[in-house]
Design a protein around this ligand. Structure first.
Ligand code: G6P
Ligand code: ZN
Length: 544
């Protein structure tokens, strides 16, 4: 077993996006593509000699190949130990917990999240730091800079490592420990939630369906919901992880979970439906006759968190990404706690969580989480919902309506235009930015007066860093908002996201159809950005 230094040449496209480097599998399969990127990550870090690295992935196609490469490169670069989930599996929140729990130096999370998998699908690599969260921009920028000039990588000349047997083995000078991917995570959940109360809920006949989407949460949901909490067998569906996600699209939204949504809308359907994505960090929540938008779910979880043992003393503050609706802001105001608005991407919550300034965070993109890890956490959100339902003894619909009667309702939708030509999308955004200065004070549509218009700049209150150009915001006097930004997670062309929000007071109308309620704003967005004429699309590819 010898350490080898292999000559390589840079790839020009290894710029990490919102959440690591996501590319088609075929891109990752190019010789040295994985090696260059991982070596560039290690070259951008300091002080890891002899330390522990966590490696885990969502089990998608190419996971097994990339993990073997990662272990060899870690050994050759001087890590002391690699902790890896059995079979190479760790959900993203579980990986975050393992990094924290075992005080690792950092971790490699191998996933393209909710993007499809398989030979024609996507793959991804993300580096997380010692707090368990995604590396901040300072590191991802350094990694990108390094990928542009890298000329060699280090690896170990060794056979494949057996990742199926739990236990330790020696790889060169490094120890590889294969761990149960579920155990530590399940134990953490037990400290946060009232498992007895949830067990009693199921014992009382409460019916739930959890769609693991043939992705990583299957083993976690089976162990926690069915084995530990006594939910009937069959509560978890699509619970066996598949490298291609059974040829599905593991994104828990109303398009890809339509069957579950329809089931929840039938009179004799279950009481509660939930799903998680490819790597287990997103969540979808649907009650009987009630879909809960992620922005509302964040607000509701924050308002009710004190009902779960892990949060019984209250929460310190809430953070949401800028495009997420302001529903949570009203909860923070009522609770008299801090509220933070950050750019899209979980990495921006890390500093606020580490500083103890916020306890619960969430994004419109179906992510919610808390200070228990430094990633969003799909099953955590499901368990907090279950805990709240068990304590309040009301259905989801009743709890949502009561929330609106207390705080008002933020009607909210997101329209996505996927795989748009990048040049067209960038031009659209540039032209829109050019108009912003003239908008405040103008009346758009019938009677919508613009209060402010800008390209969001975030000033991190903890480390003082600044992140500019994070999305165009047009705010109206009545609290409505239109936000436009280009996705940072797509792998082909550009995805234009249009986020629309309108506030209806606590004594207002809460039963309108969302698309109808937002119609005037949808028209104004079109008028300002010319999406249809520029892209040639007549309607969004996805509406959430
Ligand atoms: C990933 C990130 C999230 C982000 C989402 C959407 O899931 O972890 O933090 O909100 O992608 O990002 P995008 O740039 O595609 O809108
Ligand atoms: Zn994900």
């Amino acid at each position: 077993m010898t350490t080898q230094t292999i000559k390589t040449t840079p790839f020009s496209d290894q710029k990490p996006g919102t959440s690591g480097l996501r590319k088609r599998v075929t891109v990752y399969q190019q010789p040295n593509y994985v090696e260059n990127y991982i070596q560039a990550i290690f070259d951008s870090l300091e002080g890891f000699a002899g330390q522990t690295l966590v490696i885990g992935g969502d089990g998608r196609f190419y996971n097994d190949v990339a993990i073997q490469k990662a272990i060899r490169i870690a050994a050759a670069n001087g890590f002391g130990k690699v902790l890896v989930g059995q079979g190479g599996i760790l959900s993203t929140p579980a990986a975050s917990h393992v990094i924290r729990h075992y005080k690792a130096f950092g971790g490699l999370v191998l996933s393209a999240s909710h993007n499809p998998g398989g030979p024609e699908g996507d793959f991804g690599i993300k580096y997380n730091i010692g707090n368990g969260g995604p590396a901040p921009e300072k590191i991802t920028d350094a990694v990108y800079a390094r990928t542009k000039i890298i000329d060699s990588f280090k690896t170990l000349d060794t056979a494949d490592i057996d990742l199926n047997a739990i236990g330790t083995q020696q790889v060169g000078d490094m120890v590889v420990e294969v761990i149960d991917p579920v155990k530590d995570y399940a134990a953490l959940m037990q400290t946060l939630f009232d498992f007895d109360a949830i067990r009693a809920l199921f014992a009382g006949g409460f019916r739930m369906t959890f769609d693991a989407m043939a992705a990583v949460t299957g083993p976690y949901a089976n162990a926690i919901l069915e084995d530990m909490l006594g939910a009937p067998k069959g509560t978890v569906v699509n619970g066996t992880p598949s490298p291609t996600f059974d040829n599905g699209h593991p994104d828990p939204n109303l398009v890809y979970c339509k069957d579950m949504h329809d089931l929840l809308m039938t009179p004799d359907g279950p009481d509660f439906g939930a799903a998680s994505d490819g790597d287990g960090d997103r969540n979808l929540i649907i009650g009987k006759n009630r879909f809960v938008t992620p922005s509302d779910s964040l607000a509701l979880l924050a308002a009710n968190a004190h009902l779960a043992p892990g949060y019984k003393d209250g929460i310190a503050g809430i953070a949401r990404s800028m495009p997420t609706s302001a529903a949570a802001d009203r909860v923070a105001e009522k609770l008299g706690i801090e509220m933070h608005e950050t750019p899209t991407g979980w990495k921006f919550f890390g500093n606020l969580l580490d500083a103890g300034r916020v306890t619960i965070c969430g994004e419109e993109s179906a992510g919610t989480g808390s200070n228990h890890v430094r990633e969003k956490d799909g099953l955590w959100a499901v368990l907090l919902w279950l805990n709240i339902l068990a304590v309040r003894k009301h259905g989801v619909d009743e709890i949502v309506r009561e929330h609106w009667r207390t705080y008002g309702r933020n009607y909210y939708t997101r329209h996505d235009y996927e795989e748009v030509d990048s040049a067209i999308a960038n031009q659209l955004m540039d032209d829109l930015r050019g108009k912003l200065a003239s908008l405040p004070g103008q009346t758009l549509g019938d009677d919508m007066q613009v209060a402010y218009a800008d390209d969001f700049t975030y000033h991190d209150p903890v480390d003082g860093s600044t992140s500019a150009k994070q999305g165009v915001r047009i705010g109206f006097v009545d609290g409505s908002r239109i936000v436009l930004r280009l996705s940072g997670t797509g792998t082909v062309g550009a995805t234009l996201r249009v986020y629309l929000e309108r506030y209806e007071a606590s004594d207002g109308r809460h039963d309108l159809d969302t698309q109808v309620a937002l119609e005037p704003l949808i028209a104004i967005a079109e008028q300002l950005a010319g999406i249809k004429s520029r892209t040639g699309r007549t309607e969004p590819s996805v509406i959430t």
